[in-house]
Ligand binder design. Structure first.
Ligand code: GDP
Ligand code: MG
Length: 156
């Protein structure tokens, strides 16, 4: 069976220090794996101040920026790149609203969080943002180009 060619789409996801500390790494990865997306990059790191500030540069004038950067650099995070048709928007849906109190049950933030400053996971908000974030966090050599053998059972 062959698979129709679809444009490659990738997103950047990061399990924040609260998600790692709370032991949610396996549960979160499981959700994206079982959904049918493909993991193409994965690493655990404590982000530098510089990396965190670049990642959240769009929020640099916001009152919560300093706390956000200090939180995101406070411990290990799990940085990931996931691939699949529609993965950027789909991952945002699976993550849920920014404030976990508004996030629907069934979403990661809706199931596991209660506070906007501890909302467990980051996901790129658009295709262009995803491309910028992926190149900020990963080198080309850290990303694997591969096709899962089950792909014909996931995509027509
Ligand atoms: P996201 O794309 O859903 O993660 O949300 P945003 O891009 O709007 O904000 C980035 C991150 O900043 C969020 O995930 C929160 O961790 C944090 N954040 C956003 N708004 C607030 C706020 O009003 N208060 C605090 N403490 N943190 C916030
Ligand atoms: Mg955002």
């Amino acid at each position: 069976m062959t698979t129709k060619e679809i444009p490659l789409e990738r997103t950047f996801l990061a399990i924040k220090p609260d998600g790692v500390q709370r032991g949610l790494v396996g549960e979160i990865i499981r959700r994206f794996e079982t959904k049918g997306f493909t993991l193409v990059g994965l690493k655990l790191l404590i982000p530098s101040q510089e990396l965190a500030e670049k990642h959240y540069a769009v929020h640099k004038e916001r009152p919560f920026f300093k706390d956000l950067v200090s939180f995101i650099t406070s411990g290990p995070i799990v940085a990931m790149v996931w691939e699949g048709d529609g993965v950027v928007a789909s991952a945002r849906k699976m993550i849920g609203a920014t404030n976990p109190l508004n996030a629907e049950p069934g979403t990661i933030r809706g199931d596991f969080g209660i506070n906007i400053g501890r909302n467990i996971i980051h996901g790129s908000d658009a295709i262009e943002t995803a491309q910028n974030e992926i190149s900020l966090w990963f080198s080309d050599a850290e990303l694997a180009n591969w096709e899962p053998t089950i792909k014909p059972w996931l995509v027509e």
